[in-house]
Design a protein around this ligand. Sequence first.
Ligand SMILES: [Zn+2]
Length: 196
Amino acid sequence: MRSEPIRMCIACRKRNSKYRLLRFVVKDGQLFFDPDYKAFGRGANVCPSHSCLKKAFNKNLFERALKTKVALPASYEDFIKNILSVIRDRIVNGVRMGLKFRGVVSGREAVKRYLNKEEVSLLIIAEDLSERSIAEFEGLAVDRCFLLTKDEWGAVLGRDPVGVIGIIDEGLARKLKLLIEKYVSLNKRGSLNGKK
Ligand SMILES: [Zn+2]
């Protein structure tokens, strides 16, 4: 296996896989979140936790890390809101694209069929799916998360409300898990491999 690139958080100085940290770059003096780790230039990395992000924001540790003047969003709330909306878009687009190339199935019956074949790599359950329905998906040896509501999933996927989504494609599941991990660690909503 290829070894993962390691980066250091500019706030707590702990080292971690680059893909578990949030990367930021500066462009025209403004700070930008780089969810794909592809933006050109020097990057500053921060743990996806409020304690590290708050410290980096309040002390503007980005300036020292990026070696240039960095203008920050007006408030910490705006800063986090932007990061969350970018990550949420990535998650939603990943699921949407997956539906197109058959790497994703949606709806209880279809998801169950694939679960029985042990072909689901990640199970996404709507936060407001009924307890009875959730129980049907309990105790499975598959990563699962609670994210968005049935109506929200329906709207972003352009169909009727969606309660369960199964990610079949392993590469996509891996990518989504990293995004979801960050999303839920910064959000009161959602969970990964835990209770609703
Ligand atoms: Zn940190």
